[in-house]
Design a binder for this molecule. Sequence first.
Ligand code: ARG
Length: 276
Amino acid sequence: MPDSRVPRPRRFLVCEPRHFAVQYAINPWMHPDHHVDPGLAHGQWQALIRAYRAHGHTVDVVDPVSDLPDMVFAANCALVLAGRVFGSYFLAPQRRPESLAYESWFKTAGFDVYRPASVCEGEGDLVPVGDYVLAGTGFRTTREAHHEVQEFFGVPVVSLQLVDPRFYHLDTALFVLDDGKGGGEANIAYYPEAFSPGSREVLTRLFPDAVIATREDAMTFGLNSVSDGRHVFISPRATALADQLDRHGYAPVPVDLSEFHKAGGGIKCCTQEIRS
Ligand code: ARG
């Protein structure tokens, strides 16, 4: 089975963590008294970019803006499907200016950007897989935004209720192993307890063969991973999950973003996928 997993090259957008810091607390991981080591953070981030490029992926880099310490979390800026950009509207006032900064990158790169009318934090809560967009709500992105996403893309949106504040974005509790766009069957990995009972049932129904992660996997940001269909860029701390992925024929590529965990983010949070 391992050799049957086929990677597909991706185009990623990232933001250099030049101004990254923990200056406010908008999720339970953030403590303004927790010092971030800027040199270590930068080195960890560069290792992620090197790993993407070494595996054949294209990486575009947006310029960071000073006073926007969370701008490194590029996943939150948009959802891009078939070259169409659904922008962001952050819940926290501290992060709101990020939307415009990313919008101008997209415009310069030749994309129009749709501005959502309700709170919507991009790929943090919007996860395309197979014929659907899985959409988290409960802490950040609203159900009104899910509706807007469905109207904008014309793709069925499946709303999922998040219930644990540690897993405040969908991408902290679930990631796509195979998006189903390259011949493989669409599949995900997730931590069930992050979801309401009804949403858990929905996930079981849609993905009966999903990889089920433990709380430990989730707490070490193991579900904030990026897969190209074969290689899974994953926190080296999520050892049980990496073993499971290995048994399922995926190739874990460990990348440690521990400095970013202090802000409640990991690999996926730092990565926006531009789907053409
Ligand atoms: N400190 C950021 C926030 O709370 C972290 C964002 C992480 N991004 C993500 N896609 N989960 O908004």
